[in-house]
Design a protein around this ligand. Structure first.
Ligand code: SAM
Length: 192
């Protein structure tokens, strides 16, 4: 067995990847993370999905590829230029709502919403407003984060922040947490 992805990439992914590289965006999700996101997305037919931090839509494309026709995905980012790339290649997908919003404002305004699958890929829902976002999980809901192994771009002090975050997740009695040395380091948790 190797880590190689030997199944088809989502149709829009290669175009988004090219546009992402041209844009100079420096925080794209790793393809291996994306392939895991797609696999897990297929476990939630008809589910309500949330991505915090769309970027240019790389992970969004994979999540959509795993979702069935009844599932829906809300993905937000505060950067209109990045969102425009996601919109160009994924905007026709009726299952997807792309939202330009600040993380804090979005989470506070949507506190009552519930999701079956949350990919938290920005500050909010991970290092900020974590309790508020965990409270959005339905029973059986998946909570997924990446970049948990030391990254070259981590600023000073981030390693401690990351370690505290992991400890906090593991202290939650209603979450079952697995830490994967996969891609940039992925945590998958499921709410009891
Ligand atoms: C790690 S990147 C997301 C990568 C993306 N999921 C992908 O698949 O490539 C983090 C994103 O968070 C966004 N972001 C940073 N601060 C934010 C904020 N306060 N509110 C909303 N989005 C924010 C950035 O614009 C960036 O696109």
């Amino acid at each position: 067995m190797t880590e190689e992805i030997n199944q088809n990439y989502p149709p829009a992914y290669l175009k988004i990847d090219a546009a992402t590289q041209a844009s100079g965006f420096t925080m794209p999700s790793d393809p291996l993370t994306c392939s895991l996101l797609r696999t897990l997305a297929a476990a939630k037919p008809g589910g309500k999905f949330l991505e915090l931090g769309t970027g240019t839509g790389l992970a969004t494309a994979w999540i959509l590829d795993g979702m069935d026709g009844e599932a829906t995905l809300v993905s937000f980012d505060n950067d209109a230029t990045l969102l425009a790339i996601a919109r160009e290649f994924l905007g026709e997908d009726r299952r997807l709502s792309l939202v330009e919003a600040d993380g804090e404002a979005w989470v506070q305004a949507n506190a009552g919403q519930k999701f079956d699958y949350i990919f938290a890929d920005t500050w909010h829902g991970k290092y900020l407003l974590l309790d508020e976002v965990l409270a959005m999980l339905n029973p059986g809901g998946l909570y997924i984060v990446d970049d948990m192994l030391p990254q070259p771009n981590w600023p000073e002090g981030h390693a401690e922040k990351a370690a505290n975050f992991v400890k906090y997740l593991e202290s939650q009695s209603d979450l079952l947490v697995s830490k994967l040395h996969w891609a940039t380091g992925v945590i998958v948790a499921v709410k009891r």
